[in-house]
Design a protein. Structure first.
Length: 305
């Protein structure tokens, strides 16, 4: 099921037709408050009242020209200004290919640096998303260059990739902010763990690697997972070596296990809800279904009256 869904995420015909299907758009509301930023901001205001921050991400990737990438930068600058005016605690998360990486790596770097400056001005934080493994080296290179000048910059790393432990080993000595996710792209066995149990085991091992550095203040660790059992186990590992809950953050996607996220917030974990929005939601949405194929049945129920 997961393999089929990941294939669907990259199929051009489905990408052109599925977003028009009414039952799919109804099901989409479970994972997005709306396509417009105003809906995302309203959701963030609601989370603020419950002690949870937000991460905003405007959906879209692999832009075709630098003008489109510049428009993305301008959009996020406006997002930071409007969020500050609304008094909400937000961070932003962007994909390098959304900022022109496929076209010109130097232009993508300039766009990221511009966003990092905007985030610093708004007293916010910039996350750089990780995409398919073909972009891993370029994304890490962009991250290290941006963070050398703007410390309030973090990187999403994927636990299902075999290489992630080695990447962390190179990044941690200089200090790093990591949002650790499991991984949602189709990757071959020579690059990524295929079985859930192996991905979970590597996730745990990567956190064990980072927690001592969290204690030393060299690593900011955000658990990007809906696996509450795994998150609590990591928190217990941290507690055993003197890392308080306030230094083990948790981020979950909008609409998924919100009750558990709120509970973790009451236990002292800094928590954020990752709120996605935008018209280019199809590939992102199908990858979300692939992460937990049981959600497919929720979509199927939307076909009923």
């Amino acid at each position: 099921m997961r393999g089929l869904l990941l294939w669907c995420a990259t199929n051009p015909w489905l990408a052109a037709h599925v977003p028009r299907w009414r039952f799919v758009r109804r099901a989409l509301r479970r994972f997005m408050p709306g396509e417009e930023f105003a809906s995302a901001l309203a959701a963030a205001v609601d989370f603020r009242s419950r002690g949870v921050g937000a991460i905003f991400t405007r959906l879209g990737e692999n832009v075709k020209d630098l003008g489109e990438a510049a428009a993305v930068v301008e959009h996020y600058e406006a997002v930071l200004e409007q969020s500050k005016a609304a008094g909400v605690d937000v961070e932003i998360s962007v994909k390098p290919t959304q900022l022109g990486l496929d076209i010109d790596a130097e232009a993508a770097l300039a766009n990221l640096q511009r966003l990092a400056r905007a985030a610093a001005h708004a007293r916010s934080f910039l996350w750089i998303d990780m995409e398919g493994s073909g972009y891993t080296d370029a994304t890490i290179d962009l991250y290290t260059k941006v963070r050398s000048k703007h410390r309030e910059t973090g990187l999403a790393l994927q636990a299902y990739l075999h290489r992630t432990a080695a990447d962390l080993g190179r990044l941690m000595p200089e200090g790093v902010a990591v949002r650790l996710v499991k991984g949602a792209y189709a990757e071959p066995p020579d690059k990524a763990f295929q079985a859930k149990r192996d991905v979970d085991a590597n996730y745990l091992a990567l956190c064990a690697l980072m927690l001592p550095e969290v204690k030393r203040g060299k690593v900011r660790l955000v658990l990007g997972t809906h696996d509450v059992v795994l998150a609590r186990r990591i928190a217990e590992m941290g507690e055993a070596i003197g890392v308080a809950n306030e230094h083990v953050e948790v981020a979950m996607l909008y609409g998924i296990r919100t009750d558990e996220l709120l509970k973790l917030a009451t236990e002292g974990h800094p928590c954020r809800d990752l709120i996605a929005y935008g018209a280019a939601w199809y590939p992102w949405y199908v990858r979300r279904l692939a992460e937990r194929p049981a959600n497919v049945w929720f979509v199927a129920r939307q076909m009923l009256p």
